[in-house]
Design a protein around this ligand. Structure first.
Ligand SMILES: [Cu+2]
Length: 220
């Protein structure tokens, strides 16, 4: 029994060392491992990201009067036109024209309606029609207007029906949806070249959740 005391005496410091070792385990190390695990769980789905193109509409004197956003989903594309500060209330024809050049003051540089299928002019939802036919947007007394149309006649991704590199034209008058090939919508009030990619502040639909990698420094 007298040998037990030295054993106990030796075991106690060992136990303290073991406790100290546990106590010194840095908690930060565990947190780091958890963070890595979370990152690895994030699915990589590049195909889930919608193709988007945008245009900023400017009048001949350089005043910005709205934006157009094109978002391609499976088999169809949604065109969304937001107008603000348009000088004339009422009904205005709005089209995608075939040439992405907006030279003021007439904007005739944008050419004719975008019409890759060589169809007659009409207004949605009538078909066939020009791919660039979006009918009319109603501008309220405060100069604002909104039009959203989903169609399979255009794409954002490369192809014969892609609107990228084309131009959006807001006309001075209404599209009568009948007169060939223009709809007799009058002069060209504003023009914007359609460019690939999103636009700052256009995430009201919450579709930019996984788009962080594509917007470095996009905080204008
Ligand atoms: Cu037009």
């Amino acid at each position: 029994m007298t040998r037990v005391s030295p054993l106990h005496a030796a075991a106690l410091p060992l136990a303290l060392v073991a406790l100290a070792a546990f106590a010194c385990t840095p908690p930060a190390e565990e947190a780091t491992e958890e963070e890595v695990a979370i990152e690895e769980e994030t699915p990589v789905e590049p195909e889930a990201e919608p193709a988007t193109a945008t245009a900023t509409l400017m009048t001949a004197d350089g005043t910005e009067v709205g934006t157009a956003t094109f978002t391609q989903d499976v088999g169809q594309t949604t065109a969304s036109f937001h107008l603000t500060g348009v000088s004339a209330a009422g009904t205005h024809g709005i089209h995608v024209h075939e040439t992405g050049e907006c030279t003021p003051p007439e904007f005739t540089s944008a050419g004719s309606h975008f019409n890759p299928t060589n169809a007659d002019h009409a207004c949605p939802p009538a078909a066939p029609r020009h791919a660039g036919d979006f009918g009319n947007v109603e501008i309220a007394d405060d100069g604002s207007g909104h039009l959203e149309i989903t169609t399979d006649l255009i794409t954002v991704e490369d192809g014969p029906n892609s609107v990228v590199g084309k131009a959006v034209i807001l006309h001075a008058g209404p599209d009568d949806c009948t007169t060939q090939p223009t709809g007799d919508a009058g002069g060209r009030l504003a023009c914007g070249v359609i460019e690939s990619g999103g636009m700052d502040g256009m995430d009201h639909d919450g579709m930019d959740d996984d788009g962080m990698d594509e917007e470095p420094g996009a905080d204008l």
